[in-house]
Design a protein around this ligand. Structure first.
Ligand code: FO1
Length: 327
């Protein structure tokens, strides 16, 4: 393709994208990565990211919001790329002293990360909503996209295991997600925010990120009336599989699928989202799966190792969705 064509295609892509509102439903690392890829193409004022807060908990007297921070740090370019959570260039002096003094050190809080938790806890105590805190922190980090907690009310996810009920972080971190999952409990009658319903009602493309469907996406859909809105939206709803060739890229999704009696395949994820999505994106490493009548499918390389991957995958998905919208 000639340079001139590429330039023309590029400006055509950007002009069409300029009118498109995109909302991403995101949880942990996989969600943050695709949100970051989309943020490379979509103007900040056209991008809303609705984030799972089911992992949130109070620890050492601080309100910890892991998925909000994972997305925020990645979009701000300060995320720890090895762990996927916390800050890059972190130091551990406060946590080391907590350990020496006999405090709980099972949940590793770096010094920079503690700055976020201390400030968020202070602002919440001052009466700011979790959405207000998110907007304040994103302003400081220079993030233009609208980073929205799924609710301003706590909505803690509880994991029912073969050892009984465990709070999410106890199961995920303290027990390293080893206790077998029998069921996942979400609080009922938690409502979302006007900021989320506004973002959803004006969105043209809704992306369900390659996050864990059970503990990152379901908690968001469980918050009223998000599932109902996603089901009824005129928007193009696209989900990206978190499973590649029978494995989860990161975290417990594959193990949970086995424990809950699901085949560990992308098509099982597509079926899980049945009725919610118009388009399903799976990985070229995956087996082909039977076409579902009212579901469009797209195969590409969904493995996001670096920002180039994230940007390429996001561009492919946005291009595919815009072509469908314009039909
Ligand atoms: N995950 C761990 O496996 N071990 C940790 O010590 C840990 C600390 C931590 C601190 C701040 C934060 O925002 C996230 C942290 N995570 C840790 C990840 C956290 O458990 C998230 O809930 C998961 O990433 C799932 O989304």
């Amino acid at each position: 393709m000639s340079v001139r064509n590429t330039a023309r295609d590029e400006s055509h892509f950007r002009n069409r994208l300029a009118e498109i509102q995109v909302t991403v439903l995101a949880g942990g690392v996989g969600g943050a990565k695709l949100a970051d890829g989309i943020a490379q193409h979509v103007r900040p004022e056209n991008l809303s990211i609705v984030v799972n807060t089911g992992d949130d908990f109070d620890h050492l007297g601080l309100r910890i919001c892991p998925d909000l921070d994972t997305v925020m740090y990645l979009l701000a370019g300060v995320a720890n790329s090895e762990t996927g959570w916390g800050r890059s260039g972190e130091s551990w002096r406060a946590m080391g002293e907590v350990k020496r003094l006999g405090g709980p050190d099972w949940f590793a809080l770096g010094d920079l990360d503690l700055g976020t938790h201390l400030t968020r806890t202070h602002l919440l105590a001052d009466g700011l909503s979790l959405t207000g805190v998110s907007h304040h922190l994103c302003d400081v980090f220079g993030i233009g996209a609208d980073l929205l907690p799924m609710s301003d009310r706590p909505a803690p996810t509880v994991i029912v295991t073969d050892e009984g009920q465990l709070a999410f972080q106890t199961w995920f971190v303290e027990r390293q997600w080893q206790p077998a999952v029998k069921e996942i409990l979400f609080p009922q009658d938690v409502r979302t925010t006007t900021q989320v319903t506004t973002a959803l009602s004006k969105t043209h493309i809704l992306v369900i990120a390659p996050s864990n469907p059970f503990v990152s996406i379901d908690p968001i859909l469980n918050v009223y009336p998000i599932r109902e809105m996603v089901t009824d939206l005129p928007a193009m709803v696209v989900a990206v599989s978190p499973i590649i060739a029978g494995k989860a890229v990161k975290g417990p999704a594959a193990k949970m699928m086995q424990e809950m009696g699901m085949p560990v395949t992308s098509s099982a994820i597509a079926s899980y989202y049945d009725g919610l999505i118009d388009l399903f994106v799976s990985d070229v490493r995956d087996e082909d799966f039977p076409d579902q009548p009212d579901l469009l499918t797209m195969k590409t390389d969904t493995l996001m190792v670096d920002q180039g991957d994230r940007s390429r995958l996001a561009r492919e998905i946005l291009t595919f969705c815009m072509e469908l919208i314009e039909k």
